[in-house]
Every structure is written in C-alpha cells, then in structure tokens.
Design a protein around this ligand. Sequence first.
Ligand code: NDP
Length: 279
Amino acid sequence: MAKLIDGKRISAQIKEELKAKVADLKEKGITGALAVIQVGDDPASSVYVRNKKRACEYIGIDSLSYELPEKTTQEELLELIARLNQDKKVKGILVQLPVPAHIDENTIIKAISPQKDVDGFHPQSVGALTIGQKGFVSCTPAGIIQLLKRSGIEIEGKNCVVVGRSNIVGKPMALLMLRENATVTITHSKTENLKEVCRGADILIVAIGKKEFIDASYVKEGAVVIDVGIHRDENNKLSGDVKFDEVEPLCEAITPVPGGVGPMTIAMLMNNCVQAMTD
Ligand code: NDP
C-alpha cells in the first residue's frame, strides 16, 4: 500500500509555524496587511476569498477586503492597485482570478508591484524563479515542494514528469523541481507517447484538469504521484486527475483528493505574505 501524503496535516503544520512567526514579528513591531480584491460575485471566487481571509485571521495577518462590482472598469481596478502599491501598511496584494472578461488579466497581474505579488504571477516573479533568484513563487507548486520534502521524499537526481504546462501550476512546478535538482520533463496536450513518458517518472506530477485521466497504465511501480486536479461531481464529491483506486496500489506515495495538494495552496499564500512582511 502506498504512503498517503497528508496535505491537511502538512498545511496545518505550516500555518502553525507561520502563526508563531507572525506573533514574533509583531513583538518586534513588524506588521502588515494583505489586500484581497474580488471583482464580481462568482460563487467559487467568493469561497476562495473567504478562505484566504480566514487563513489571514488564523495566522494573525490583517486582511483588507475590496469587493468590487462586476461592472468595475479596468481603469478603476488599476487605480486601486496603484493606491495599494503605494500604501506602506499593505505588504501583499491579491486579485482573485478570473476577473470579468472586459478586464485584461495580464495587465492586472503586471500592475501589482513585484514586492507585493504574493500570488507569484507577475512576470518579474516568474523571471526570478527561472533564473534562480529570490522572488514570490506560485502557491500551488510551492506547496507541492513542501509536501514532498516534509514527507521525506528525495527529489535530487530523480526523473520528474510534469503533466500540464499552465502558467500557475505546470511551468512553475517544473522550474521548482529543476531548482531541487530533479531531471524534469514537461508534457502537455501535444506530447507524443504520453503514457511511455509518464512511465519513466520517479515523481509524476499531474495538473491537466481532466477527471481521473491518469490510470495505472501511466505509472511506474514505486513512483510518487502528485495529483493537482480538482473535480466536483453533482453530489459534491471531489476527485482528481488521477484514478486513485487503480494507481495507489502501484505507488510508493500518493496525494489523495481531497486532502492532498488542495490545502497547501492557502498555506503557501500565507507563507508568501509573511515573506512580504519581512523582505
Ligand atoms: P489549465 O487548463 O490551465 O492547464 C491544463 C494543462 O494540461 C495544459 O497545459 C494542457 O496542455 C494540459 N493537458 C490538457 N489535456 C491534456 C492531455 N490529454 N494530455 C496531456 N496534457 C494535457 O489547468 P491548471 O494548470 O490551471 O489546473 C489543472 C488542474 O489543477 C485543474 O483540475 C485545476 O482545478 C487544478 N488546480 C488545483 C489547485 C489546487 O490548489 N489544488 C490550484 C490550481 C489548479 P496544453 O497547454 O497543450 O493545452
């Protein structure tokens, strides 16, 4: 039976560490707030925003909430970001994505000061990651590194295959595994012989957004499998991009859905906020 990589436990551990760190910083007079901006009232976004604000409260960081109407113009949003960029007590700025279609996501991401880019999406943050310099790292891939390290899984020298090349998961994930000295292959929808490539992985990281796409035929015996996918069925039951029941018996270790990668994203956002307070 595979070892279950427990994201719930590890994220709770990280949040406890951050809580202690924030209390320590407060004693030294170092504080700061996270500004959370939501445009429109998409229900899924509202849940994410609420959870982020709750996490701030838990670890002791102030959060400032900006709930803007759907019809907010790009200029109005840019003005708010410019104001927050200047505000010394605001250490982190987060615009909940997606923004409404009349607003250009890339323009918004670029407007956030790289010093306050706690999502790690700004081109400067991505560039810093690419050339191995200090900067904010996208939260989900950063969380996966913590899952691997805190579960005692060796990364250095291992063959890692990342399935998916999105800007927020696949690409930064591959760069982080490279930084940890894995030998990395990035695959995507045009990859030929995907099965064969995946079967070469010691560590297989799947972020494709297709429910239970990866079955046992993609996985080498003894591999570590990380499932980033999240799918909710009509009964609210969650599943991932990996066919867990079929793949689990083959693996050395695997993340469940729910309770694997999911809880790590907010923990790492909090980690980035604390980094922003101390930089
Ligand atoms: P995107 O849709 O942005 O990217 C999907 C990637 O998968 C693309 O690069 C695409 O390739 C690739 N892909 C699609 N189909 C195939 C296929 N048949 N074979 C190989 N590659 C394929 O998704 P995200 O990266 O944003 O998210 C992926 C999943 O992770 C989703 O289920 C999402 O809900 C979840 N997620 C979970 C998070 C968490 O906190 N746990 C956070 C973020 C996402 P191509 O580029 O060629 O189109």
